[in-house]
Design a protein around this ligand. Structure first.
Ligand code: ATP
Ligand code: LTN
Length: 347
């Protein structure tokens, strides 16, 4: 039990340090974490081990972890009230992944939509990590016995898998894990690409015009929204025949906290360019405070490293409580502390 926990329900969520945080990540995940941490005990991780599933640049990886952490702090994650840490600093994530990998089945991993998408065209040379990565994700959550996992819509299937793994483990070895639930928000859980409303807005997209970055300066952001694809016709309304407008109206409604119907009324007869100009203004004002705080925070790298070191110590202590039970339940035996010299305080 962590000192700040105070009987609050435990939540766990993670974000990859693989690229800059976009509006989809922000509306679907990060913004909700910030709201939820008030009444829940949030454990939030920059999941750098996940970043190794696709080619990465060793010279940049830690900088990306620090930048992502700065963005989470700028968004309002409170590192005292919540636990904020880098996944690779808590070795138990990799250890529990191995145990769960031995319970997972090839068939269930191959069925993951993200595996299908990310392995398309690669044939037999697809990295094994692309297949097993949902097991690492399961370990992330199960280690902390979190009850809820606030994520965007795209992660539902991964949460289903982690529930199956937890139940399978508990049925074979005793009730060690809490079976977690996906907490998918209503609005903003699936923001689509600006240049292709059939695809989700994604960090890994190589097309800059597809995504709004939280750190985009106002002029860049306005240009991206101006160039966003629209549907045929002139009416500003949502509907199955208007996927692009539906996406833009969704963004607007979440950012302004008004309904889509109210926006349709506001923009009736006004055409796309008026609508886009107003939307750009709303998004710029919405993201401005986060971007400004980010610029200050990211300049103080030492402070971010301190936050991560403190977070890793707290996360490791919680993870170890579960690992003692995992070792005992599986017959690996009594878990001794690792045979290494004590680590001096970091920072
Ligand atoms: P990638 O493109 O590499 O899959 P990503 O953009 O999905 O990356 P992640 O770090 O994998 O980013 O996801 C962090 C969180 O953001 C997850 O909870 C995920 O569900 C959420 N998320 C990602 N994309 C969107 C989106 N377009 N709309 C809403 N939520 C999203
Ligand atoms: N796989 C997720 C990121 C992620 C995550 C987690 C989310 C890694 N570990 C644990 C929730 C809980 C993704 O690709 N969006």
């Amino acid at each position: 039990m962590d000192r700040a926990e105070d009987g609050r329900t435990r939540l766990f969520s993670g974000i990859q340090p693989t690229g800059e945080i976009h509006l989809g990540n922000y509306l679907g995940a990060v913004r909700r974490w910030v709201e939820l941490q008030r009444d829940h005990f949030g454990i939030f991780s920059v999941v750098d081990l996940h970043a190794l599933t696709l080619p990465w640049d060793p010279a940049r990886l830690r900088d990306q972890v620090v930048d992502t952490t700065a963005l989470l702090l700028a968004a309002g994650i409170d590192p005292e009230r919540s636990v904020l840490f880098a996944q690779s600093e808590v070795p138990a994530h990799a250890e529990l992944t191995w145990v769960l990998t031995c319970l997972a089945r090839m068939g269930e991993l191959r069925r993951m939509i993200q595996f299908k998408e990310k392995s398309r065209g690669a044939g037999e040379s697809v990295g094994a990590g692309v297949l097993t990565y949902p097991v690492l994700q399961a370990a992330d959550v199960l280690l902390y016995r979190a009850a809820g996992v606030p994520v965007g819509e795209d992660q539902r299937q991964h949460i289903e898998l982690m529930r199956d793994l937890a139940e399978r483990f508990n049925a074979s070895f005793g009730p060690v894990f809490v079976v977690p639930e996906a907490w998918v928000g209503e609005a903003g859980a699936r923001i689509m690409a600006l240049d292709d409303p059939t695809e989700k807005m994604s960090k890994s997209s190589p097309r800059p015009g597809s995504k709004i970055l939280v750190t985009d300066p106002p002029d860049v952001l306005a240009r991206k929204i101006r160039s966003a694809v629209t549907d045929s016709g002139r009416d500003v309304r949502a509907g199955a025949d208007k996927p692009a407008l539906t996406n833009l109206l969704t963004i607007y409604s979440v950012v302004e906290g008004v309904t889509v119907t109210e926006l349709e009324r506001r923009f009736a007869g006004r055409g796309y360019s008026d609508f886009k100009a107003a939307l750009a203004e709303a998004v710029i004002e919405f993201l401005r405070p986060v971007r400004e705080r980010y610029e200050v925070l990211v300049a103080d790298r030492a402070r971010i490293e301190d936050v991560l070191a403190a977070g890793a110590r707290r996360a490791a202590a919680m993870a170890e409580e579960t690992m003692v039970d995992v070792w005992a339940a599986t017959g690996l035996g009594r878990r001794r502390p690792a045979y290494v010299a004590p680590v001096p305080e970091l920072g």
